[in-house]
Design a protein around this ligand. Sequence first.
Ligand SMILES: Cc1ncc(COP(=O)(O)O)c(C=O)c1O
Length: 372
Amino acid sequence: MSELRFNPNISAFTRQDGSPSIEDLLEAEQLQPAHRLQNNENPLGPSPRVVEAIREAAPTLAVYPSYSDIELRRAIVQVLGRGLEPEHIFTGCSGFEALELITRATLAPGDEVILSSPTFTGAYKKVAEPLGARVIDVPLEPRTFRYRPQAVLDAISERTKLVMLCNPNNPTGTVISAADVEALMSDLPEQALVVADEVYHHFVADANYPDTLGYVLDERNIVIVHSFSKVYGLAGMRLGYGIARPDIANTIAGLQRGFHQNKLALAAGIAACGDQAHVQRVVDFVRAEARWVCGQFDRLDIHYWKPAANFILFETHIPADDLQAQLRGRGLLLRGQSGNGLPYAMRLSLGARAANQAFISALADILGAAPG
Ligand SMILES: Cc1ncc(COP(=O)(O)O)c(C=O)c1O
């Protein structure tokens, strides 16, 4: 009898409940988190119109959703404008799934994916390596976290299929400039596709942020990933999408399961697109909190990287794993960045003022600084 053999490339990935998450640790320690500042979630939540749309859709769940996601894609392009058509869009059950569809559509065993750490490495590996692809790291400049387009171009080989551009970058919160993206795009070989992961793009106020939609409209080799988890406050719904020229978007969409978007997600996404005033409220709120926290970091003399998104990377003299545990003991969940090669850095997801205030007080206390 022959043995059951799995794809050897998935062996590196364990089931999600294998290693303890911050939430698991909390449960084991029987602590109630007062403030969840670890997942870059939206402290204001979704628009009330979205909640209403979900309520309206709920009684119809016995019936399959529409086979096509066209209504959602129409709503998305209405928001994006610029002459984009529904054919430029493919939706996924999360930004993460949009990334996965891109890798499945492009990667064969032995192909290469370039990323620039510290970045959203775990997720990029998870969607690329099971396909037998090799992930190649061309790190950002140390300390400044500036993107290095020439180093990336130098690392491109005939097997390079994808170049991951996380912008704003998670976990650094920094921006890859329009000039650096142009330097990459202008010399990109034809077989390579740039993946601009822009799930935090709404929060950016930097004039040097690249206009990647322009590259899509110019029919270049680029696919942009957006999510409903961040500014739309729908992380629990799992809804995202990609934007690319129609031949790319249609090929990727060909991988979708039948009825791939559930009814609640379709209703929520369409209603979310229809409430751009809520988006503006969230952006204003997050930017104000970012200013407040940065002011507190300045006061406490804590080094941080100027945030372009809804989270801030900061650094202390305490190893991040220790600081994470100490903060957890005070009911504050934050993510240490030792796994991203930054042993003293932590990422704070911006919460509401009470949460941010509680975090700053706890941090000042731990560091022995005067509370604010
Ligand atoms: C850079 C980046 N890309 C993609 C995602 C995936 O977002 P989601 O799967 O919630 O849509 C995240 C989530 O935090 C992220 O930080």
